[in-house]
Design a protein around this ligand. Structure first.
Ligand code: XMP
Length: 512
């Protein structure tokens, strides 16, 4: 997509936030490692460049430097924090280290007519700082365009070159008018247009898939019914319906009604050539006697590949589609210091290179919320778009200890009671992930006139943005009471319900 923004990432924790904000403003952008070669960056045909912040000092040995050719290309540039210091130093200004680190809000006062600050309050506003070094002498041709009480050069500009630099972070929520400042740069200064939309992406992606997957190719996909693989399926079905086959493996470790729902949506509603494999017996046999969570995961992963491979073999597939998202891609390319750590995220679905198929990853450029938006655009039902994450090993990591069929039945019922309740009472969408866990203990209870000695269900509901950290959902007690009563009344073999009030860290979301 030409005319977008190339963001050079120097390792700031906020680089992804810059990318998201730019896209939310309707402008396509890509992140590159800060020291990427100009030829790599120019391939996307950028209309502007943003240099991100970063943890280094420009005076550090091996501090990441941009390829000078990127800055010499005549494009408008916005330097943020470390990016500002890079520009100051490379153009003959002076940067000073050794100051007390400034971290947090500062009152920023812009000069009256700077195009970067157009529309911001003249009396100043709060801007978020996070830096050690600072610019003490601006390069020739520049002028100061904002200051704070303790920082005379909080922003500088060279209008002739269309270069603007800010010491604060316009991309973080705590900076007032941050979005306005970024949009002033994108539209007012760089003259870009806001033409990045999901419907534009949908057409160009489908077109791209059609032309890159020429005749004679066949694509398979491990469809789980989760939002990512479902969106990939809908895209491929639109692009090459007769040469695309999604494969759904029923591991027997799924929730109630899951297979039926996937079949109804993808075979019924979309009319895809969906292959379903019921392999529950195979998985259960392989898990017999296994209690260690990591062994469970390994066994399930290996069996999944076996079943998938066996289903795909007769199709003579040439390509394997995967729902890799942009954060996975960035993780593997982002600048992480001189010995860049490269992670492989290619086997997100647990499918190995030995399948000898080329990868198709149509969501590589998208963030999760963009994938949801694309899913809506493609007509996927809201239940799929808003579905809570579900782990690959499924209920096997929610039955603590050995997985047996009877316990799967109990947990499936318990989970359905919990989730149905949350949906009926409008709580589901406020929760990032909710599920029931079957504990390997029995406790004493009393039902009617009889003493019972039955199982315990733990309820887990968390809020989160990415699953990396999470907090327990503050479920109102009247709902907890209603769920508990419904659970014990409806699920045989359960006489006690507990609610998990642990955050992550120190706990994890799943119990195994
Ligand atoms: P934890 O339990 O590590 O979970 O806090 C974070 C997120 O990852 C999911 N999860 C998994 N997903 N295979 C998966 O595909 C797994 O083995 C697995 N373990 C945890 C979990 O459901 C949560 O969304």
């Amino acid at each position: 997509m030409r005319g977008g923004v190339a963001i050079l990432d120097f390792g700031s924790q906020y680089s992804q936030l810059i990318a998201r904000t730019v896209r939310e403003l309707g402008v396509y952008c890509e992140l590159f490692p800060g020291n990427a070669r100009a030829s790599t960056v120019m391939r996307m045909g950028p209309g502007a460049v943003i240099l991100s912040g970063g943890p280094s000092s420009v005076y550090d040995e091996g501090a990441p430097m941009p390829d000078p050719a990127v800055l010499e290309a005549g494009l408008p540039v916005l330097g943020v924090c470390y990016g500002m210091q890079l520009i100051a130093l490379s153009e003959g200004g002076r940067v000073e280290g050794g100051h007390r680190r400034e971290f947090g809000p500062s009152r920023l006062v812009p000069v009256p007519d700077s195009p970067l600050f157009a529309g911001t309050p003249a009396e100043g506003f709060q801007a978020w700082m996070s830096h050690g070094d600072r610019v003490v002498e601006i390069p020739p041709g520049y002028s100061v365009c904002a200051s704070t009480g303790s920082l005379p050069v909080a922003a500088m500009e060279n209008r002739a070159l269309r270069r603007f630099c800010v010491q604060f972070h316009p991309e973080v929520r705590h900076t007032e008018n941050g979005r306005l400042i970024l949009s002033n740069f994108l539209f007012g200064i760089a003259g870009l247009s806001a033409d990045w939309s999901m419907s534009a992406f949908r057409s160009s992606c489908v077109e791209g898939l059609r032309s890159s997957l020429g005749s004679g190719t066949h694509v398979v996909l491990g469809l789980s019914g989760g939002v990512d693989s479902s969106v990939v399926a809908a895209l491929l079905h639109e692009a090459i319906p007769s040469r695309f086959t999604p494969i759904f493996v029923d591991t027997g470790l799924l929730r109630a009604g899951e297979r039926e729902a996937v079949e109804a949506t993808f075979r019924g509603h979309f009319g895809m050539n969906l292959i379903t494999r019921d392999a529950s017996r195979l998985f259960l046999d392989a898990l017999e006697g296994v209690t260690d969570p990591e062994r469970k995961r390994k066994i399930i992963g290996a069996k999944f590949i076996e079943v998938f491979q066996e289903a795909a073999a007769p199709l003579g597939a040439t390509h394997l589609a995967q729902g890799t998202l942009y954060p996975d891609v960035i993780e593997s390319v982002s600048f992480k210091g001189p010995s860049a750590t490269i992670k492989s995220h290619h086997n997100v679905g647990g499918l190995p290179d030995s399948l000898h198929m080329k990868l198709v990853e149509p969501l590589r450029e998208l963030f999760k919320d963009e994938v949801r938006c694309l899913g809506r655009e493609l007509g996927l039902p809201p239940e799929i778009i808003g579905r809570h994450p579900f782990p690959g090993p499924g209920l096997a990591v929610r039955i603590l200890g050995e997985v047996v069929e009877e316990d799967l039945e109990t947990l499936r019922e318990a989970d359905a009671v919990f989730i149905d309740y949350l949906r009926r009472n409008g709580l589901y969408d406020s929760i990032w992930q909710a599920f029931a866990v079957l504990l390997p203990v029995r406790t004493v209870g009393v039902m009617g006139d009889c003493r019972t000695y039955d199982r315990v269900i733990a309820l887990r509901a968390v809020t989160s943005t990415d699953g990396m950290t999470a907090d327990w959902f503050r479920m109102p007690p009247e709902h907890l009471a209603a769920i508990s009563a419904e659970m014990v009344n409806r699920v045989r073999g359960v006489n006690r319900v507990v609610y998990d009030i642990s955050s992550k860290p120190p706990s994890t979301i799943e119990w195994e």
